[in-house]
Write a protein that binds this ligand. Structure first.
Ligand SMILES: Cc1ncc(COP(=O)(O)O)c(C=O)c1O
Length: 479
């Protein structure tokens, strides 16, 4: 390897990234090209013609960069992927160079200590005591999956790891769950028919009475509760279930209590952290630093109140991995406390973010995002033609154009067409969603660069385009 070339290209790349981050706002947020055009751009056989790093950077500038979704653009308020904080970006570069493998202590001793420290920080933020443990994962999907596996093992007296599931079990969660719960219930061998999705109230929180009724019905049919899942920050609206009654039910039924705070966990750094005061009641909690702690992908976390359950669930040891049994107390082995064997050094970017900005500054970014959502809510409810699903408690907000004269199908079409037009223009990006049978714009800044002015501009655009779309629909299909 030519290290001088590496040094020069590295400096150029950092300059390039700095300019990119500073100028993200000037780029089209989402380039409207056909997927086949992009596939053609990269259509080549395995290269065997060495190119300089400088040449490769030029190719990337031409083929890759213009067609990225620029989540650093202030108008990105879509599916939950943050604008990454710059300290975290540098951390990932260093992590790649060091290539520590966190599966086994011997391939990353100091990195293991840092990983454990970051897990401890997250446990401190939740309010878990010294007995707690956890693991950093690829994201909330994997963290929820591990949470469900812990639930399965605990509730079956740690028999299911060996025997599989013998009896009939069910898992309970609100209808506003993330799809990762459905996938996890399948992946732990229970089958999706065993997931009970409980209706929510007008604030989109689980209806506790309906949950109790579902448990009673199952029990009378010989089906036992395996896990109750609370949501602390739903994907659509940031709604937080009433966690105390869920905990009481889980204790009564002697089953696991998991909380999905993959997105909402960021509120632990907010001035309104009280919203999450119920988190330490859970046996396990999912929090994604790669969501609202603004860490670059990937870094999710499963936090577990009783660390020993992690070892009970994952403590299989292969003959070639003997370190653990010999030096049990000195060398922490992630491979007997989690799924992954080879494991990325994820904590470095979270550690560097906290060291560089401090938790109050990150909390300020979070509070800004919450204030932006609240501002959009006020604009919507104070207008004649928009409604808001509920007052946002976090930064996720759903609003819709009322269009009362249109049919349900026409209103859905209107929202999808407006979102598609805005995507094409490349100034904003957000999703659409369905809540209680209606289509909504789902707007969710998890973005350091978004401001109140961005929200004003977005609302103006939505208003104008919804009106235009309404006119088009009316003229093309008279009512
Ligand atoms: C509440 C919730 N849980 C879990 C997930 C899945 O997280 P990830 O995409 O990091 O796997 C998401 C993703 O948006 C989420 O909103």
């Amino acid at each position: 390897m030519q290290y001088e070339e590496f040094r020069k290209a590295g400096h150029n790349l950092i300059d390039y990234i700095t300019d990119y981050l500073q100028q993200a706002e000037k780029k089209p947020l989402f380039k409207d090209v056909e997927p086949s055009f992009l596939n053609d751009l990269f259509d080549e056989a395995v290269p065997n013609d060495p190119k300089s790093l400088e040449t490769i950077q030029k190719i990337l500038q031409e083929k890759l960069l213009p067609y990225c979704t620029h989540v650093n653009h202030p108008g990105y308020m879509g599916l939950i992927t943050p604008s990454p904080n710059p300290a975290g970006i540098l951390a990932d570069l260093l992590a790649a160079a060091l290539n520590q493998n966190l599966g086994a202590y011997s391939i990353g001793p100091s990195a293991t200590a840092m990983e454990l420290r970051v897990i401890r920080w997250l446990n401190d933020l939740i309010g878990y005591d010294e007995k707690a443990g956890g693991n950093l994962t690829s994201g909330g999907m994997m963290a929820n999956f591990i949470g469900l596996k812990l639930a399965r093992d605990f509730t079956t007296g740690n028999k299911a790891q060996h025997e599989g599931l013998q009896d009939n079990w069910a898992v309970y969660v609100s209808e506003e769950r993330h799809v990762s719960i459905d996938k996890s219930v399948d992946a732990i061998g229970l089958g999706r028919n065993s997931l009970r999705t409980i209706p929510t109230d007008e604030e989109f929180k689980i209806q506790v009475d309906a949950l109790e009724a579902a448990i009673e019905k199952d029990k009378s049919d010989g089906i036992k509760p395996l896990c109750i899942i609370g949501l602390a920050g739903t994907t659509n609206l940031g709604a937080v279930d009433d966690l105390e009654p869920l905990h009481t039910l889980a204790v009564r039924e002697q089953c696991w209590f998991h909380i999905d705070a993959a997105y909402g966990g960021g509120m632990l750094l907010s001035k309104n952290k009280n919203l999450l005061k119920g988190l330490p009641l859970a046996d396990s909690v999912t929090i994604d630093p790669h969501k609202w702690f603004y860490a670059p992908l990937d870094c999710g976390a499963i936090l577990v109140k009783d660390h020993d359950q992690l070892t009970r669930s994952f403590g299989i040891q292969h003959a070639y991995l003997t370190d653990e049994s010999e030096r049990k107390n000195e060398r922490y082995q992630f491979y007997v406390n989690g799924f992954e064997q080879s494991k990325r050094f994820r904590s470095l970017k979270v550690w560097m973010s906290f060291q560089h900005y401090g938790k109050d500054k990150i909390g300020k970014w979070i509070d800004n995002n919450v204030a932006q959502a609240m501002h959009l809510h006020s604009l919507a409810v104070n207008s004649q033609d928009f409604e808001s699903a509920t007052e946002p408690v976090m930064s996720a907000i759903c609003i819709r154009y009322k269009a009362e004269q249109l049919t349900n199908e026409q209103v859905t079409r209107l929202h999808i067409n407006v979102a598609a037009r805005i995507e094409k223009e490349g100034k904003f990006w957000f999703a659409t969603t369905i809540l209680k049978g209606k289509t909504w714009f789902r707007i969710n800044p998890v973005n350091i660069h978004t401001t109140i002015n961005t929200m004003e501009a977005l609302f103006q655009t939505l208003r104008e385009y919804c009106r235009e779309e309404m006119k088009k629909i009316k003229t093309s299909a008279p009512l």
